[in-house]
Design a protein around this ligand. Sequence first.
Ligand SMILES: NC(=O)c1ccc[n+]([C@@H]2O[C@H](COP(=O)([O-])OP(=O)(O)OC[C@H]3O[C@@H](n4cnc5c(N)ncnc54)[C@H](OP(=O)(O)O)[C@@H]3O)[C@@H](O)[C@H]2O)c1
Length: 500
Amino acid sequence: MQERKATGEKVSIKSRNSLFKKYVAKKEIEETIATIKAAGGDAMYVAGDVTNLTIKPELLKIEKQWGKITGIIHGAGRLADKLIQDKTEQIFDDVTSVKLDGLLNLLKMVNINELKHLIMFSSVAGFYGNVGQSDYAMANEILSTAAHLFSTNHPNTKVTAINWGAWEGGMVSPELQKMFEEAGVSLVNHPGGAARFVQELNGAYHNQPQVIIGGTLPAGISDISGDLKTHTIQRNLNLKENAFLQHHVIQGSPVLPMVNATAWMADSCVKLFPDYKLASIEEVKLFKGIVFDGTEKEAYFTKVEEKMKTTDSIVCEVSVYSKGAKLPLHHYRSTVTLSRKRTDAPKFQTPKLKENKIDGATFYRDGSLFHGAFYQGIEEVVAMDEEQVLLKCKAPAVSYEDQGQFPSTSLNAFFLDIQYQGMVVWVQKFHNGANSLPLQTSKGTVYGEISANESYYVHIKIKENTETKMIADCTVYDENEHVILFTEGAGLTVSQELVW
Ligand SMILES: NC(=O)c1ccc[n+]([C@@H]2O[C@H](COP(=O)([O-])OP(=O)(O)OC[C@H]3O[C@@H](n4cnc5c(N)ncnc54)[C@H](OP(=O)(O)O)[C@@H]3O)[C@@H](O)[C@H]2O)c1
């Protein structure tokens, strides 16, 4: 900097950074060569562009001095993160060429039949995908696939594409490092990463052409820059692909449970902002349920309107509609809040209740509840009086395949339905056998995930009770009395005429 200033040159931050990077790189190269030499090896540094290799003479010199080249470590890479719509052909070529033309060119420099090692630096971005890295992800995934192919065709070469997780330093800038740490992603440290790399050269790992080393990336890093946006997502639903609907049949027709619609709205937001977690869902309303009786539409639209977005939380209004003859037909609506970090779970103080246990299986057997096996989860009613119900519940494990287009991610919809069933049971007891169906929820606050096949307690406190409506607050908590989910104002519509 002093030298430059002395010449009278104006030094910009950009040129200062590039100068600094060059200086550090030079220093790193010198230190690496010194370390290799100190360990009894020898090394020579030749700079070249892998996309346009013109270093053949240097390679010949190396071969003359040390014999045939028997190993390649292909570590060159470039990033140019941008959303796919903002990528140019040039950017795409720059990012992919370093990895792919780079590999082909390096292979052209040697006799591939004499290669003992071929190690490629790929990335978890290729394995899992990553926002803004479509080109980089493709290039890395192709490297990984090439490793499998090369390994099959050259069984005597130790081939590995290391799908690195994020390292400390290198491409991972301090800002990115901070974001990873906030997202709970542990970074590969230098001694640890180097040791794992050496291990990969070991013959013991001969049969692993592709490995993942290091913490995985979060599913993606949300772009919260710019104006508030509205996203509309079309989903074509069909009965065949959603086996679980056969477990929620009312009057002969499969009906999408309100809770699955709630999870649908929540997940639509979480998928747009994958490094945020569902914190709460408010003002959940049912306007017109989706019944698979032949009148259902093929296409449904989820409209997600961003109302607020900060680095801590995002609020969206979500509605699900289909196209009507003239106007849209509204099905569900809610307000979803996502946050970077969930608040710690409060403790629930189980009230002292007079136990009056009923085996949950009886409700499904005697037809009090119409739910099929996937939604059967009341293990027992521990206690029930005019003001409250305490249940022990366990959601069955439903295979991913059977969950079809509605896999439970942020909310375990099966468990949510079971929680509502506790209210249905209460209504039957205190409303002369009347049936009821979920209609609305004022607010559900999420403190943790509800796992399948695990028992939880559900406490239902009745808040409002009329002939046609029942409203309650529900708390789902574990055996240590940690609250997992608190639902305020869960409302049911009550009817003596309603039959299953
Ligand atoms: N850092 C991570 O967290 C991470 C995670 C997963 C995978 N990886 C992979 O690991 C490798 C190294 O990453 P890094 O973090 O060390 O990145 P980096 O600091 O940006 O270094 C990339 C290196 O590639 C070289 N390079 C770029 N284009 C080249 C070309 N056309 N010909 C020859 N060399 C070229 C660069 O040389 P110049 O400096 O001379 O341009 C630089 O030395 C990359 O392949 C990357 O995809 C890294």
